[in-house]
Design a protein around this ligand. Structure first.
Ligand code: NAD
Length: 497
């Protein structure tokens, strides 16, 4: 059977890559299942896409924002109708279980409705002038052509976080999905087109980072870059963008800590730990990868966590009974193996897992056993570096202050969680944890689309996705002064008398 051949979307036309090359999108749970064949694009394809987006911008920027928003609203409705189909296709290309891919599509639906609402807001400010008969206000202006580079772990949600606010603000877009999960971006953009998005407003260029991603970042016609991915690539993207004075939003890695104090509801914390550490096979930027346990409850918590990790049903995410799917590719499996080795060399104690699952039903996929390390010290690499797999490190602490200090002792600052019934400690944690997100009595994963999403330190460079923070990235402020006094009035010099 021949593979379904997808093409780039440029100026509303489906076109093959000018490079003539393609790559295969393969189900990470089953190497026999080829999801499709996609263009392996290069700089020329990016150039064509940017040109198309620049032309489309001349008309799209003039469409009233409430009308742009109506397209997003209809997109939300279309995605709702197609949710099950898109979730299944996402499980095939990305691996995570169906309940999670349904959630991923739902996040795009939520973002569509939320950003559609912004079409009738996009508030600026009006403010008095210091001079007589003069009117002052600030308005949001679109940026122009925005380049977007996405990771594979939220194949539809993350592109929607980027595209929908950009579109409602009047920008046009060139998006490069991750090479492991391009189909979900196609499905998202197909829904936008079926909702009435004009040609050229969103352009898709698929391919590998250095060939198809880097030319987007350096292209002079791209006015801003929105990147989500690893800190390593984010640093390169940020440096190139800085060289061209291009606004650049970087959302990167995490090493997210959950603190469980002695007064916590232990079963609730266990539910949270299991979901936070092994949901999406640990491949979330917000994954719970460190658990800081008060010494009084450490033994009980550890024993129960290991039992529950061992009981997880691992397999093909299309099977509704499966609780944890595969890792995305062999490279991620190798990263998990490497970190398990490092942890053991550093003296951490492997309690369960620690290796790939390869026998029988697992032989055609990239499966890794749910893994728990105990006896981890805050200085160890397994406690500081992102694994991006189903591997969790347990660290014992003597008190709340020590736990906060350990939580803050790393270079990342995305998500944090505290399990405690002590309201004073909860508010101290909210105040003192260095992170973009703090949960109380909930795991480190579970962001909602109308709140700002992003992190501090090496997780991000100060921008936020979600909420109104996204509008700040996809618009620039214009200050407008209208002088109706019929005379020259000089700010700071004339008195306004
Ligand atoms: P990655 O950095 O390898 O790739 C991300 C994207 O960048 C891909 O589309 C890739 O093709 C592209 N890319 C690679 N090299 C490039 C280059 N030289 N120039 C331009 N683009 C290039 O990351 P990944 O493995 O796809 O995703 C996992 C990482 O993403 C993890 O570190 C995770 O924490 C992070 N992540 C962060 C968030 C967040 O919002 N903070 C959300 C999800 C994932």
């Amino acid at each position: 059977m021949s593979n379904h051949l997808y093409k780039n979307l440029i100026g509303g036309e489906w076109v093959p890559a000018r490079t003539g090359k393609t790559f295969l999108n393969v189900n990470p749970a089953d190497s026999d299942d080829i999801v499709g064949e996609f263009p392996s694009s290069g700089a020329e394809d990016v150039d064509a896409a940017v040109t198309a987006a620049a032309i489309a911008w001349q008309t799209w920027r003039l469409v009233p924002a409430p009308k742009r928003a109506e397209i997003l609203y209809r997109t939300g409705e279309i995605l709702t109708q197609r949710k099950e189909q898109y979730a299944r296709e996402m499980t095939r290309e990305m691996g995570k279980v169906l309940s999670e891919t349904r959630g991923d599509v739902q996040e795009a639906i939520d973002t569509a409705y939320y950003m559609a609402g912004e079409g009738r807001r996009l508030f600026g400010q009006t403010t008095p002038s210091e001079l007589r008969s003069k009117f002052a206000m600030s308005v949001r202006m679109p940026v122009g052509v925005v380049g977007m580079i996405a990771p594979w772990n939220f194949p539809m949600a993350i592109p929607s976080w980027k595209l929908f606010p950009a579109l409602v603000c009047g920008n046009t877009c060139v998006i490069k999905p991750a090479e492991d999960t391009p189909l979900s971006t196609f499905n998202l953009v197909q829904s936008l087109m079926d909702a009435g998005l004009p040609p050229g407003v969103v352009n898709i260029v698929t391919g590998f980072g250095p060939d198809a991603g880097a030319p987007i970042v350096s292209h002079p016609g791209v006015r801003a870059i929105s990147f989500t991915g690893s800190s390593e690539v984010g640093r390169m993207v940020g440096q190139t963008a800085a060289g061209n004075f291009k606004p650049c939003s970087l959302e990167m890695g995490g090493k997210n800590a959950m603190i469980v104090l002695e007064d916590a509801n232990i079963d609730l914390a266990l539910d949270g730990a299991l979901w936070g550490a092994f949901g999406t096979t640990g491949q979330r930027c917000t994954a719970t990868s460190r658990i800081l346990l008060h010494k009084k409850i450490a033994a009980e918590f550890t024993e129960k966590l290991v039992a529950r990790a061992d009981a997880l049903k691992v397999g093909n995410g299309l099977d509704e009974a499966v609780q944890m799917g595969p890792q995305i590719n062999q490279q991620q499996i190798e990263t998990s193996i490497r970190y398990c080795g490092i942890a053991q060399k550093e003296g951490a104690k492997l309690l369960t897992g620690g290796s790939p699952l390869e026998d029988g039903t697992f032989d055609k996929g990239h499966f890794f056993a749910p893994t728990v390390f105990a006896g981890v010290k805050p200085g160890m690499r397994i406690a500081r570096e992102e694994v991006f797999g189903p591997v969790v490190a347990l660290i014992e602490c003597t008190d709340f202050d020590e736990a906060i200090e350990a939580a803050n002792s790393i270079q990342y600052g995305l998500s944090t969680a505290l399990y405690s019934r002590d309201v004073n400690k909860a508010f101290r944690a909210i105040r003192d944890l260095e992170a973009g997100i703090t949960y109380v009595n909930a795991p480190t994963i579970g962001a909602e689309v109308h709140l700002p999403f992003g992190g501090v330190k090496q997780t991000g460079n100060g921008h936020r996705e979600g909420g109104t923070g996204a509008l700040d990235f996809y618009t620039t402020w214009k200050s407008v002064y209208v002088d109706y006094s019929d005379k020259l009035q000089r700010a700071q010099i004339d008195t306004g008398e």
